[in-house]
Design a protein around this ligand. Structure first.
Ligand SMILES: [Zn+2]
Length: 332
């Protein structure tokens, strides 16, 4: 039944299957910010590496949202994007920063870890995988993992990715997630200063990942309290307005309300985006150095082979099948 409904919906709306998936699974920083962060990170790299990434800048940009497209289709995917720190005590948090994934599993049941999110450990794991890809000089893998790693780093820097109240659902602020990480960057990021300096080698990758999460979490109180405060001053019809998106009129936070909120946050979104860009550049560089600095200067623009493209189409089709399976179960 669901499948039939989706087919009819697609025919009527004129959307492709991937448009449908993208619309329904749209989350985290939003397409705009994720793509911008990966793209800007390229310009932090040193001369030995920047040429390779510049040649492939469209790849790391276009694929910046791949992990979000997978998250409802692959069971393991969703927990990689967040960590609900409020489920852990302060004393436990202080210890966790130093735990490897193996140590974490020894100390806390694995299903609890997954339930509350694993983003800091996953960043470390992705960095390891990127180092391996550099070592093997596997260009396709280097680019895919670089794009993915950039995504997870960006998510770790979002305050609402560090709490169980991730969409304001526990404080009657439903929708604040997309407001902060999609609406605000889309409206204001053009004026941000993205000069973050040169990428540097990061000796302590896992601690860096945790630091990002803790910094983001420290900003959470302002994210929630300023929206609450401002909402008391605005009538509903002033708080929300209508905007054109993909040729459709959608209800969203009004420009005036967004501007006021953005002002109250005092460059917070800009700070978090800058931190993401810098960290992405640092960890791409670190992976390359740890792999022995392979020479990539002769590598041109990566072009997908026919086999790679066929495999991707198959993989995406399998995601759709799994999505429908999940929905059918949820109907019961
Ligand atoms: Zn994400």
């Amino acid at each position: 039944m669901k499948r039939l409904f989706v087919c009819i919906f697609l025919v009527v709306s004129g959307l492709s299957l991937m448009d449908f998936v993208s619309l329904h699974l749209y989350s985290a920083w939003g397409f705009y910010a994720h793509q911008r962060i990966n793209r800007l990170a390229v310009f932090t790299l040193p001369k030995e590496l920047i040429g390779f990434y510049k040649n492939n800048i469209d790849f790391v940009t276009d694929n910046a949202v791949n992990p979000d497209e997978r998250r409802y289709a692959i069971k393991e995917e969703a927990p990689r994007h967040f960590i609900d720190l409020d489920n852990y005590s302060d004393s436990l948090r202080r210890k966790m920063i130093f735990w490897s994934w193996a140590k974490a599993k020894e100390s806390i049941p694995e299903d609890t870890l997954y339930k509350h999110g694993i983003v800091p450990w996953h960043i470390y794991f992705m960095k390891y995988q990127l180092t391996e890809a550099f070592r093997a000089k596997d260009i396709r893998k280097i680019l895919i993992i670089s794009a993915d790693l950039g995504h997870y780093i960006a998510d770790a820097n979002v305050p609402l990715h560090t709490t169980k109240n991730y969409n304001g659902q526990l404080s009657n602020q439903h929708g604040i997630h997309g407001f902060w990480e999609s609406r605000l960057p889309e409206l204001f990021a053009e004026n941000y200063d993205f000069f973050v300096g040169k990428a540097v080698y990061e000796e302590k990758v896992q601690e860096r990942a945790w630091q990002a999460v803790l910094n983001a979490n420290a900003a959470l109180d302002s994210v929630l309290s300023f929206e609450k405060k401002l909402s008391k001053q605005y009538r509903e019809d002033k708080k929300f307005g209508f905007d054109e998106r993909n040729g459709q009129t959608v209800k969203t936070y009004s420009r005036e309300f967004s501007a006021k909120y953005h002002e109250l946050l005092q460059n917070q979104v800009e700070r978090q985006m800058r931190a993401s860009v810098k960290m992405v550049g640092d960890l791409w560089l670190t992976s390359w150095i740890d792999a022995g600095q392979p020479d990539l200067s002769k590598e041109k623009v990566y072009v997908k082979s026919k086999e790679d493209m066929d495999a991707e189409v198959l993989e995406r089709k399998s995601w759709l099948n799994k999505i429908f399976e999940v929905r059918r179960e949820a109907d019961n």
